[in-house]
Design a protein around this ligand. Structure first.
Ligand code: SF4
Length: 106
């Protein structure tokens, strides 16, 4: 499982730039560049901090990453095989505003 750093701090699963979701789905089956990928698991944090505290789980350093970006050199049968990845998207309000910055075209 890759180690994941995520700058999309507007996501409900983001805990100090780690992800608490447990697994994520990266999209971009026709992507040729990193900015054509997205974290499909992004959910915008809305409302006050009380409602966000309902999301439990650790901010885990490693995470299961399923990935549709088949042109990426790290894509191994729709699983990410990179040792670490970086999801970018500070100030994102939807998944299209995030991306896997580790994408490298084969
Ligand atoms: S590094 Fe490549 S295979 Fe891994 S999540 Fe990012 S785009 Fe998908």
């Amino acid at each position: 499982m890759p180690a994941l750093k995520c700058s999309a701090t507007t996501c409900i699963y983001n805990k100090q730039e780690l992800c608490s979701k447990g697994d994520i789905q990266v999209t971009g089956n026709t992507a040729n560049t990193a900015d054509q990928t997205s974290c499909g698991s992004f959910q915008e944090r809305k409302g006050d901090s009380m409602s966000n505290s309902c999301v439990s789980g650790c901010g885990c350093e490693t995470i299961q990453v399923s990935c549709d970006a088949s042109k990426c050199m790290y894509n191994d049968d729709r699983k990410c095989s990179a040792s670490q990845i970086g999801i970018a998207g500070s100030n994102a309000s939807n998944s299209q505003q995030t991306m896997c910055g580790t994408f490298r075209c084969k």
